[in-house]
Design a protein around this ligand. Sequence first.
Ligand code: FES
Length: 249
Amino acid sequence: MTNTIESKAHPGRTARTDNWWANPLMVAVGFGVFIAYATFRTFENNYFEVDQYLSPFYSPKLAFDWWHFSPAILILWIPAGFRATCYYYRKAYYRAYFMTPPGCAVMGTSGTGYSGETKFPFILQNMHRYFFYCAALVLLVLWYDAIISFRAPDGRFTVSLLSLFMCLNCYLLSGYTFGCHAWRHLCGGAVSCFSKTEQQKAQFRIWHFVTKLNEHHQGWAWASLFSVGLTDLYIRSVAAKIIPPGVLF
Ligand code: FES
């Protein structure tokens, strides 16, 4: 077992001989790039809508007379809170940024005052379930955005690479959102029997499907993080007239 006092003095010390630091380093860089880009886009307050395409960073678009800042601020706290409190992301950024500890069998920075998630602010991680409810609603709106993007401003049905990309983004976000640990618990966590009634059998099928998604939660988390950033970048580039939306027909 790690000695906490020695651990504080020697974070990173380990008997491991593999490249244990590569994973937290990649996580730190990946998150850092995404957070920097998302922050820039949130405050840019421009190039987020063009023709029938709306950026996922600004959707649902909340426009109020009394709000004079970027509308993204009003909505991004939901996906940000959802991801920040996600069980997978917690593990990833506790390792990458806080080093508590940075890896299995590697000394971390946590000393005698370490309280895990039992005290403020980390006790707020328990709000994850409520972020899930909000994020599921936002996802519904993103699917709506993706579907109506097949309708050109003049009413014609049209297919573009950008619309397909928006659908792919929603698919990946759905895989991430509905593989959530909290959702899996809601689907079947409090059930002691899955096989007596038809309702229990149906519940089992739902829980089983969610479990399949949950087994690859980390992969869905990263794929959807990239896709949401790239979808926004695509729409920004089209709105800024750097590239076309790639209309196929
Ligand atoms: S545990 Fe990752 S989204 Fe809920």
